[in-house]
Design a protein around this ligand. Structure first.
Ligand code: GLN
Ligand code: ZN
Length: 757
């Protein structure tokens, strides 16, 4: 009964990979130096895993940017615009694909299933050829074997690779390339088969709803691959959910082993145990690869025991639920965490150790000390007053239907709001943040380090706010914002002020390429000890007669961008956050703020992988938004904001949020998105973004006018707002001022034209 790992974080304990690659980009490191650094990192990672009880280490899970891009490189599937020639794809071409070069725009990047990791989307067109174009996997396998490890190469499987790609040519179906692609995979397997006992092919799309065709491709593909693999055994890895309707398919493939995610989907074990062929190995994913909590070892042990009793211990492997890519490397680095809370956690290294303990326990080894420690940690977490707060639990029990509903329906509210706000037609506003300049970041970081006192910090922030308010007045925007200078990050800022949250010093997780994030950790019941934003907003409002928007991050977004508790449903945690925010919304109203915006950019990414689970999620997610925003008077206007997504398939639910105004990213798609709002007859007000803030380009007045005109065609004029796509914090003032001037001017001219009609 061996332990193995599906993948290890590649960034290094101290984000060494990030530093090395970024230095290479700046030409401070040569290619050779970069390669030697990454070699060291791989060595370290294998050693760490081995020392912590992993028998079979993953090889090829390491990447300079992304494992999907690695596959693109391996298959020689470089899009033409990058002009790759020669036998192998060069490292600079590799980075160009990820980051773009000159007129050759970067390949698209999108979220890997429901994680916060982003992969580079493969591009396909009809007259494309594929051939083995990288030695990466062979070199890394050799490296591992030379170091004395039992190596298990890991590759993204061919169906998942194709499925997650896109056609760049109309009328073409990317699966037409399957055979060509399989040839390359076959070549890889043939070359590896004498040096490895196992190869892992990741096919996480097996947890999605798949069409008939794709299921057939699976059969064809895995018959060929099994032949090519010869003596080497293929482990088909599925994760992030249950096989469900694909279970028969997965079990029918002629592979030697199957990996199941038993953290997300423990129920599937029974039927798989019953139906799996007697010559197959089952890999049990019993340690959560997606979260930072200690495993309940007793539960995992009993799961594994049950499986061994049914099919025999020789046929069982033990692993994390998915790659450990999604958790930080080593908890031992966290020297500043509250020791009590730290004792409830496990990062990648600690999770490897857990696998070892589970295995040893099932095999009858003496693990009593470790098990006792685990039991104590779980008990301490369960009983800790840090986690449970009676008053929060009570409030949660007392949420009534009325609390989820505004006092009057929108048509009545909007009348009162219009009287209250006296805004012109096509009111102009921005989404919240303004450029986060060096000076702003410096003040924040000095305050955090204790180098400046609170008074001085507040004074500086106030002066930044004043600057932003003055600039907006000068620009004649209609609804102003305070600019968010006090916020490092839209989730962390609130996490820091809510009890129930803690923060790691080094808990980095790769988000894309060299970009890492450090999600805050929500470990306990959520309380808002005092108001979080009111003083800043009140100050900002005191500087102007125009309405100042209160600015909050919504409960679903806070949930999605944190490591959250696993001891209660996500919906309950979300409700707690919503209750805390509800108080904030009311306090803002009390402070005289007439408009509050509650951002929910993450609402779509929280959607479950399978459609049948959507409704349940959307129901509680929307309820949480309503709980946050429904406590105010009719006169108070609630805005929400969303970006980076298509909303067509959840438009009804967006309407159910019942925000008075929604602002939404739209300029890149040239207002395409509004069709959904038109077809559905979205009842409330909308501000489709008319200025693409992801680009340094300054949009002209004319092009903004064109976009607004397009919007006027589909949205009733009186419901239309004018605003950028998203916040402006990543831009600089030189871009922002002229862009907003053009935006305001465009709105003003159209307003005039309409009024003359
Ligand atoms: N209010 C936030 C800002 O302006 C919204 C950010 C977002 O949507 N991601 O920065
Ligand atoms: Zn946004």
């Amino acid at each position: 009964m061996i332990t193995h790992n599906l993948g290890f974080p590649r960034i290094g304990v101290k984000r060494e990979l990030k530093r090395a690659i970024e230095s290479y980009w700046k030409s401070e490191l040569t290619e050779e130096e970069l390669r030697s650094k990454t070699k060291d990192l791989r060595k370290q990672n294998w050693q760490l895993q081995k020392e912590n009880g992993i028998d079979l280490v993953p090889v090829g899970d390491f990447s300079l940017y992304d494992q999907m891009l690695d596959m693109t490189t391996t298959l020689g599937a470089v899009p033409k615009r990058f002009g790759s020639k020669g036998e192998t794809v060069e490292i600079n071409t590799y980075f160009d694909m990820a980051r773009g070069k000159g007129s050759a725009g970067a390949m698209e990047m999108t979220k890997w299933f429901d994680t916060n990791y982003h992969y580079i989307v493969p591009e396909f067109e009809s007259n494309q050829t594929f051939k083995l174009s990288s030695e990466k996997i062979f070199e890394e396998v050799k490296e591992a074997i030379d170091e004395g490890y039992q190596a298990k190469p890991v590759l993204v499987g061919p169906l998942t690779y194709l499925f997650l790609g896109k056609e760049t040519e109309e009328g073409f179906n990317r699966f037409e390339h399957l055979n060509q692609i399989l040839k390359v995979y076959e070549e890889i397997l043939t070359r590896l088969k004498d040096s490895c006992e196992w190869i892992q092919l990741d096919e996480p799309i097996l947890v999605l709803d798949l069409g008939k065709k794709v299921k057939e491709y699976f059969k064809e593909a895995y018959e060929k691959l099994t032949k090519a693999a010869g003596q080497m055994k293929i482990l088909l890895a599925t994760y992030f959910g249950e096989l469900g309707s694909n279970e028969d398919l997965a079990l029918s493939l002629p592979v030697k082993g199957l990996h199941l995610d038993l953290v997300r989907a423990p129920e599937q074990l029974d039927s798989v145990l019953k139906n799996i062929d007697s010559d197959k190995i089952l890999s049990l994913g019993v340690v959560n690869g997606r979260n930072i909590w200690k495993t309940n070892l007793a539960t995992s042990i009993s799961t594994v025991k049950k499986a061994t009793e049914e099919i025999g211990k020789e046929r069982i492997m033990i692993a994390p639920s998915c790659s450990l890519l999604h958790v930080p490397v080593d908890l031992d680095e966290e020297t500043a965490l509250n020791p009590e809370i730290k004792n409830w956690m496990a990062f990648a290294k600690q999770k490897c150790k857990e696998l070892q303990i589970i295995r040893d326990s099932v095999l009858g080894g003496d693990t009593s000390v470790e098990l006792k420690a685990n039991e104590n940690a779980l008990k301490s977490r369960k009983e800790s007053p840090l986690v449970t707060n009676k008053s929060v639990q009570e409030k949660l029990q007392n949420i009534s239907k009325e609390m989820l509903t505004r006092k009057s329906p929108f048509p009545e509210r909007i009348k009162k709001q219009n009287e209250n706000l006296k805004l012109p037609l096509l009111p102009t506003t921005t989404i919240g943040s303004f450029p986060q300049t060096k000076e702003i970041r410096k003040v924040r970081s000095e305050f955090k380090k204790g180098k400046i006192v609170e008074e001085d910090y507040k004074d500086s922030m106030k002066s930044f706010i004043k600057e932003v308010v003055d600039k907006q007045e000068e620009l004649s925007l209609d609804v102003l914002v305070h600019g968010e200078p006090e916020r490092n990050d839209m989730v962390e800022y609130f996490g820091e002020q809510l009890s129930g949250y803690c923060f790691t010093k080094n808990g980095w997780v790769q988000s894309y390429g060299t970009r890492c994030v450090k999600p805050p950790v929500l470990f306990g019941d959520v309380i808002r000890p005092e108001s979080m934003t009111v003083n800043w907003i009140k100050y900002a409002q005191s500087l102007t007669d125009k309405p100042m928007k209160g600015m909050l991050t919504g409960p679903v977004t806070i949930l999605c961008w944190s490591f959250v508790r696993d001891d209660q449903p996500r919906s309950v945690t979300c409700k707690q956050i919503a209750l805390a925010l509800r108080e904030e919304v009311k306090d803002l109203e009390e402070a005289g703020i007439k408009i509050t915006q509650v951002d929910e950019p993450a609402i779509r990414e929280g959607l479950p992988l399978r459609k049948k689970d959507w409704k349940d999620y959307l129901q509680w997610a929307i309820d949480c938004f309503r709980l946050t925003t429904s406590g105010v008077k009719d006169e108070t206007q609630i805005h929400t904001h969303m970006c980076y997504s298509e909303f067509n398939d959840i438009i009804e639910w967006i309407a159910k949020m019942d925000a008075d105004v929604i602002s939404i990213e739209a300029s890149r798609s040239k207002m395409e998105l509004l069709k959904a709002f038109q077809d559905f007859r979205y009842p409330n007000e909308i501000g489709p973004g008319v200025y693409d803030i992801h680009s340094p380009r300054i949009p002209s007045k004319e092009e903004i006018k064109d976009l607004i005109k397009k919007a006027i065609e589909v949205i009733p004029l009186k419901n239309l707002w004018v605003n950028p796509d998203c916040g402006l914090k990543t831009r600089n003032w030189e871009e922002v001022i002229p862009s907003l001037r053009n935006m305001v001017e465009a709105a003003r001219e159209l307003r005039k034209a309409v009024n003359q009609l």
